[in-house]
Design a protein around this ligand. Structure first.
Ligand code: 3PG
Length: 411
């Protein structure tokens, strides 16, 4: 169901789940892409005269308030982008939330404080999540409808995502609708050759995705921190690089399956190896099978970047998930920049290109690429990966409550 299916919402209280899990430097939002992506749905509801109550999470607090995870910076930025006041409730379903929602007038919006400040949000106990969902649904004397528009979190079995939809009339927002349409095009019937560029730090984050892609893609290009587990699986030394020893056997299985299925796996042939994980660390380009014992790989090398670009150029559908290196540090941004440029060139030649994953989306914007250069930039990280399973993502929610290893501060 989409927004249109909810009918006339004038004067109605509508609960919206958005994904405002944005990167922060202190209290400064360094990439507001996810907030901007939420605007069409929120604006449509406001224009339709609804009283809009938004829930969202930031980072992975442990079920209790933590100032560094407050949505205050998000409320301020959302207000600027909407050009109207956004009231931020001091809690989720407590006195502050109740008073804030009660004060809403038609065409106004309130944001509730971080949903993950309440332990019931991510509880594995169904009854606990259901209880929180019921309290959310009772706000403002009773919410009339729920709109699921936090695509980045839509795969989570959590109270504000999954359980509220069990008790309220509900629909997908325009962001979720557009994401599903674009990802479906890449998954159901991709124009071939179909290349997938995978990066990011860990193989273990993408196990299901890789297994699934081996059945679908023609070419798999592997970069980022996960590449060292692949190199180790081929018997190479990787020095002090990120290595998941417990995944080496799994990766050997992937390599064997790729051969069986005729899927080309392209690994880097050179690596930018540094003395330390630091922007100003001494570094050199070395062969991928000769990483010095006291170095760690922080980017794919220029020869590999060229080979990756050529493989991208030869493809008609390209999905990219995960940076090739530590793009936040200029010395190690070359691989990510080259892949982004190759996707832009491919788009210009008529290929269908998707940037999926919060980090890759942030990378293209931080590196100064125009979003219009890609067919689709997904707001989802794990969500766009879940979409590469054979079933629709909203039907297969999963819970994950542990600390995200990639998140340092609030994200
Ligand atoms: C994301 O950043 O991928 C989404 O906001 C989901 O966050 P989560 O992985 O902490 O559930």
């Amino acid at each position: 169901k989409t927004l249109a299916d909810l009918g006339d919402l004038r004067g109605r209280t509508v609960l919206v789940r958005s994904d405002f899990n944005v990167p922060l430097d202190g209290t400064t939002i360094t990439d507001d892409g996810r907030i901007r992506a939420a605007l069409p749905t929120l604006q449509a509801l406001l224009d339709g005269g609804a009283k809009v109550v938004v829930t969202a999470h930031l980072g992975r607090p442990k079920g209790a308030p933590e100032e560094k995870y407050s949505l205050a910076p998000v409320a301020a930025r959302l207000g600027e982008l909407l050009g109207q006041d956004v009231a931020l409730a001091g809690d989720l379903v407590g006195e502050s939330a109740q008073a804030t929602v009660a004060a809403l007038t038609d065409g106004s919006l309130a944001l509730l404080e971080n949903v993950r400040f309440d332990a019931r949000e991510t509880s594995k106990v169904d009854a606990e999540r259901a209880e929180l969902a019921a309290e959310l649904a009772a706000l403002g004397g009773g919410v009339d409808a729920f709109v699921s528009d936090g695509f980045g979190v839509v795969h989570r079995k959590q109270a504000s995502v999954y359980d509220v939809a069990q008790i309220l009339p509900h629909a997908a927002g325009t962001l979720v609708e557009g994401e599903v349409r674009a990802l479906d095009r890449a998954i159901s019937d991709p124009e071939r050759p179909y290349a997938v560029v995978l990066g990011g730090s860990k193989v273990s984050d993408k196990l299901g995705v890789i297994a699934n892609l081996l059945e679908k893609a023609d070419t798999l290009l592997i970069g980022g921190g996960m590449v060292f587990t692949f190199l180790a699986a081929q018997g190479h030394e990787v020095g002090k690089s990120l290595l998941e020893t417990d995944q080496i056997e799994t990766v050997r299985g992937y390599l064997a399956r790729a051969e069986e299925k005729g899927v080309t796996i392209v690994l880097p042939t050179d690596i930018v190896a540094a003395e330390a994980f630091a922007a100003d660390a001494a570094h050199e380009v070395v062969a991928a099978d000769a990483i010095p014992a006291d170095s760690l790989g922080l980017d794919i090398g220029p020869e590999s970047a060229k080979a990756f670009a050529e493989a991208i150029t030869a493809s008609r559908t390209i999905v990219w998930n995960g940076p090739m290196g530590v793009f936040e540090m200029d010395a190690f941004a070359g691989g990510t920049r080259a892949v982004a440029q190759a996707l832009v060139d491919a788009t210009a030649r008529g290929a269908f290109t998707i940037v999926g994953g919060g980090d890759s989306a942030a990378a293209v914007r931080t590196l100064g690429f125009d979003e219009a250069g890609f067919s689709h930039i997904s707001t989802g990280g794990g969500a766009s990966s879940s979409c590469s399973r054979a079933r629709p993502c909203p039907a297969s929610p999963c819970s994950r409550t542990e600390e995200d290893p990639k998140m340092s501060n609030s994200r």
